[in-house]
Design a protein around this ligand. Structure first.
Ligand code: FAD
Length: 469
């Protein structure tokens, strides 16, 4: 420390202004705390700047371009042209609107915002380096929400043409061709999007199925649709090495005993994300990490250092924005003296693929693995009037309930608007609803939501719009 430099006192210091950090900061301020939030980059974190929001903007533009190219409605003739630079400019305005919103919210809640990089010097003190100077802050409580960054493959390091999702979201033109390494949700969303924009896409996945965290009955439909866009999907493929030249890349991968090569303009590596825990000085203050480098926390989001909390992508669990925000609220409430704890039973997961996948709670396999006897109800989009009228009759809603009590344990939706339909099912589980509660709720006709009611009726053995066998 510079001699004579003052150490500022702050009550709650939040490190990182992503969906975890900015939400934690706002909730702490609402609960009467004085809050300082520090981020070394842009407000909104990965989600708003390089994740959820820009990817969804490109997905929706690609979806509309595709729909305009081959109108899904007989009799509606369309022609489509694409000016990708305008699409990108629009995506950027979406990002700026949302990050501007975060700035306004922080200001409106009287939160002190600092741009700088933080590292801990003591268990109650952190140093913030701005571009020009350093300051020390002594805090009563701290919430670490530093998020994650893309994993780089050692044998295929990032370069001009070997890129992460960050660069893929900022392409200034649609690449002629793209190899995606990793068929998880980020790889599938981006791969399908660029295929719709006209790129020739190859997806290499190491396990035997794309979207390996989802059940095959869900991933199968996405796979079928990827093939419609001429995407080559190679499973059990291990990417080995890459050669890069002026015009593209040649990637070598192993498929069992065989070695193959594939050439494209770019390689997009989406094999996972690494927590930003290394450069914070966590070891100097004794914060315990898991063997994956994640911060160990209890159900109140407290780390092994009692006044420091951790939330979001740096702690175990699904690396999802709504999980980070949820934990942010819990941490802030605990700091304010509330009895809050995390309960992960109802964290939905969505893949914005075409068709969309959304799940919440237990899958049928999870429930069986827990030795639960279950009732299952599955209702197809093809039997729902609204879905047929939308020309989106692909997919199903599936409910999993405890056989004896009828309590809803989990739900899976694949098809149009799955991302929105899942909210009702999460609420039902959260409220402890039974199949009967869901079936007795009157759903407006004709809506996709009726499938929720009808799938409950299927599980109860008395559906109206499908025949029970
Ligand atoms: C392409 C893509 C698409 C995604 N789509 C979705 C989606 O549709 N839905 C969903 O739920 N999730 C999605 N995610 C995941 C989501 O973005 C993350 O789960 C979420 O951003 C995690 O929030 P966080 O607050 O933990 O961290 P982050 O959003 O990563 O924010 C961390 C912040 O901390 C700052 N920081 C880091 N270190 C320091 C330091 N030492 N000092 C100061 N500041 C620091 C960083 O600058 C950053 O702003 C997507 C991710 C990607 C990459």
């Amino acid at each position: 420390m510079v001699v004579g430099e003052l150490t500022e006192e702050v009550d709650v210091l939040v490190i990182g202004a992503g969906p975890g950090g900015y939400v934690a900061a706002i909730r702490a301020a609402q609960l009467g705390k004085s809050v300082t939030v520090v981020d070394k980059a842009d407000l909104g974190g990965v989600c708003l700047n390089r994740g959820c929001i820009p990817s969804k903007a490109l997905i929706s533009a690609a979806h509309h371009y595709e729909a305009a190219k081959t109108s899904p409605y007989p009799g509606v003739e369309t022609t489509a042209t694409l000016d990708f630079s305008k699409v990108q400019a629009w995506k950027q305005t979406v990002v700026e609107k949302m990050t501007g919103g975060v700035k306004t919210l922080l200001k409106g809640n009287k939160i002190n915002v600092i741009q700088g990089e933080v590292f801990f010097s003591k268990p109650d003190e952190a140093r913030v380096m701005t571009e020009t100077e350093g300051h020390s802050y002594r805090f009563n409580h701290c919430i670490i929400a530093t998020g994650s960054r893309p994993i780089e493959l050692r044998s295929i390091p990032f370069s001009k043409r070997v890129i992460s999702s960050d660069e893929a979201l900022s392409f200034d033109q649609v690449p002629e061709s793209l190899i995606v390494i990793g068929g998880g949700y980020i790889g599938i969303e981006l791969g399908q999007t660029f295929a719709k924009f006209g790129a020739k896409v190859t997806i290499l996945e190491g396990t035997d199925s794309i979207l390996p965290l989802f059940e095959p009955q869900l991933s199968r439909l996405v796979l079928r649709n990827l093939k419609k866009y001429d995407v080559d999907v190679v499973t059990k493929a291990m990417a080995k090495s890459v050669e890069e030249d002026e015009t593209g890349v040649t990637l070598t991968y192993a498929l069992g005993e065989e070695t193959h090569t594939v050439r494209a303009s770019y390689v997009l590596v989406t094999v996972g994300r690494r927590p930003n825990t290394e450069e914070l000085g966590l070891d100097t203050i004794g914060i315990k990490l898991t063997d994956k480098g994640l911060i160990e926390v209890d159900e109140k989001c407290r780390t092994s250092v009692q006044n420091i909390y951790a939330i979001g992508d740096i702690v175990p669990g699904a690396a999802l924005a709504h999980k980070a925000s949820y934990e942010g609220k819990v941490a802030a409430e605990v700091i304010a003296g509330h009895e809050s704890v995390v309960d992960y039973r109802c964290i939905p997961a969505v893949v914005f693929s075409d068709p969309e996948i959304a799940t919440v709670g237990l899958s049928e396999a999870d429930a069986k693995a827990e030795n639960k006897e279950v009732s299952v109800g599955r209702f197809p989009y093809a039997a729902n009037g609204r879905a047929v009228a939308l020309n989106a009759d692909e997919g199903f809603v599936k409910l999993i309930a405890d056989k004896k009590s009828g309590l809803l344990l989990g739900a899976q939706v694949i098809g149009a608007e799955a991302s929105n339909l899942i909210a009702e099912l999460a609420l039902a589980i959260e409220l402890g609803a039974t199949l009967e509660d869901v079936a007795l709720t009157i759903h407006a006709h004709p809506t996709l939501g009726e499938m929720v009611m009808e799938s409950a009726e299927v599980a109860l053995g008395s559906p109206i719009h499908v025949v029970v066998r």
